[in-house]
Design a protein around this ligand. Structure first.
Ligand code: IDP
Length: 139
């Protein structure tokens, strides 16, 4: 059964370029409630663990380096059908293939520096949310 929460990160390129406000505005205007949120920075160990599923991919080293290159915004979001609806809102991994109006189409720099993360399953949303937030930080 689908749960109603997903996990997101506004990635270092989006934070560096001053897009936090615009992206959060689009997320909340699309019906997501912010359950948890913080500005933080991943260590190399954090990023390596978070993206461990990609460790055999050729871009893994680049991805870990990029994700540790500056602050990120981590957040848990709530909405009916949250995981699927948020993936639709952010658009395809490669911004060149993302639909018009999606967050990646508007704010991403490239396929690697693509502005925002969204969990790909309810199971991963729960794991990723717990990776970043204690229970008392979730509202
Ligand atoms: P997703 O974030 O859309 O779910 P994944 O395939 O899970 O996409 O990849 C995780 C992240 O790895 C992407 O968001 C992007 O930052 C990076 N990435 C994915 N594919 C490539 C690639 O071909 N080159 C460089 N970076 C990539």
């Amino acid at each position: 059964m689908a749960t109603n929460r997903t996990f997101t990160m506004l990635k270092p390129d989006a934070v560096r370029k001053g897009y936090i406000g615009g992206i959060i505005e689009q997320i909340t205007a699309s019906g997501f409630r912010i359950v948890a949120m913080k500005l933080t920075q991943l260590t190399t160990d954090d990023a390596a663990a978070f993206y461990a599923v990609h460790k055999e991919r050729p871009f893994y080293g680049e991805l870990v380096e990029y994700m540790t290159s500056g602050p990120i915004v981590a957040a848990i979001l709530e909405k009916e059908n949250a995981v699927e609806d948020f993936r639709t809102l952010i658009g395809a991994t490669n911004p060149e293939e993302a639909a018009e109006g999606t967050i990646r189409k508007k704010y991403a720099t490239s396929i690697s520096e693509n502005a925002v993360h969204g969990s790909d399953s309810d199971e991963n949303a729960a794991i990723e949310g717990a990776f970043h937030f204690a229970g008392r930080e979730q509202f």
